[in-house]
Design a protein. Structure first.
Length: 129
């Protein structure tokens, strides 16, 4: 057994645990009921630390979701149910198939692939085999 390899693995595991613990602590602070009582600088610092654990796209979603939650917290549930902007307790995630145009593009791609599949297979059999 290679002692250096084992030591690297243990150090890697230790770093990952520290990273996960910090993320859980920051998430707990952010979700705590006393978070709103903090001053603006402390809130910004905690929010920045919280968002740093996410990828770029997830960071954008989390920021928008937090703004949305802050907005809807100002209104009553019955008022929100009749509002056009209310989409639920959290923002829905955007997917590729959200619009009719996206679905049409996907179907046209499948049809295009189905039409040209015999030609692709013939090319593969002639030049790749």
């Amino acid at each position: 057994m290679d002692i250096e390899d084992i030591e690297k693995r243990l150090n890697n595991i230790s770093d990952n645990l520290k990273h996960d613990d910090q993320k859980k602590i920051i998430q707990t602070i952010k979700q705590n009921e006393y978070f709103e009582d903090l001053n603006i600088d402390e809130k910004n610092k905690i929010n920045n630390e919280y968002y740093n654990y996410y990828s770029e796209y997830e960071k954008i979603y989390q920021k928008n979701n937090d703004e949305y939650k802050k907005l809807i917290s100002q209104f009553s549930k019955s008022y929100l149910e009749i509002c056009d902007f209310y989409v639920g307790p959290e923002l829905p995630r955007k997917t590729y198939l959200d619009s009719k145009k996206d679905v049409e593009e996907l179907f046209s791609l499948f049809i295009f692939g189905a039409l040209f599949e015999p030609y692709i297979e013939a090319y593969y059999n002639k030049y790749c085999n």
